[in-house]
Design a protein around this ligand. Structure first.
Ligand code: DQA
Length: 151
């Protein structure tokens, strides 16, 4: 079985998880989410994860654009750029046929302010998981690995 390399991207302010509006985003930190995902990857077997976070839109766009030939898939929480970044949406569409992307949100954005209802990044993704706080990242990992292994 081929080892799958998955890139896990987190956008702006997600470095503050744990203390950032915990009633909305939960108390897990990015480090504890990474730990849970690594445990999930170990159970799945043959999965290697790389974690990156940036508050800069350009970093996220560059990392997605450079992912071809290096990663088999991407799990991404674009945070506020979800609702504002056509550039990030275009990057996902540019690589999506070769490097499928799953979008994750800790909160259920549809149950929040109207500005958060629209995602400019989701149209290029194979799917979206939201509302399950940090656990959503492991759900996304299972879904992405299942997608990659049956395609
Ligand atoms: C978020 C939802 C976004 O609307 C918000 O800007 C974030 C986090 C989430 O994970 O629920 O920063 O992506």
């Amino acid at each position: 079985m081929k080892t799958l390399k998955i890139l896990v991207l987190n956008g702006p302010n997600l470095n503050l998880l744990g203390t950032r509006e915990p009633d909305i985003y939960g108390t897990e930190t990015l480090a504890s989410i990474a730990q849970d995902m690594n445990a999930c990857a170990k159970k799945l077997g043959g999965v290697e994860l790389e974690f990156r976070q940036s508050n800069a839109e350009s970093d996220l766009i560059t990392w997605i654009g450079d992912s071809r030939g290096k990663f088999d898939g991407i799990i991404m929480n674009p945070a506020a750029y979800t609702h504002t970044s056509l550039g990030l949406g275009d990057a996902v569409k540019a690589v999506g046929a070769e490097v499928p992307v799953v979008e994750v949100h800790l909160s259920n954005t549809h149950a929040r302010e109207e500005i958060r209802h629209k995602s400019l990044t989701a149209p290029g993704c194979i799917g979206q998981i939201m509302g399950f706080k940090g656990y959503g990242y492991s759900l996304a990992l299972k879904a992405l690995v299942n997608h990659l292994r049956r395609s």
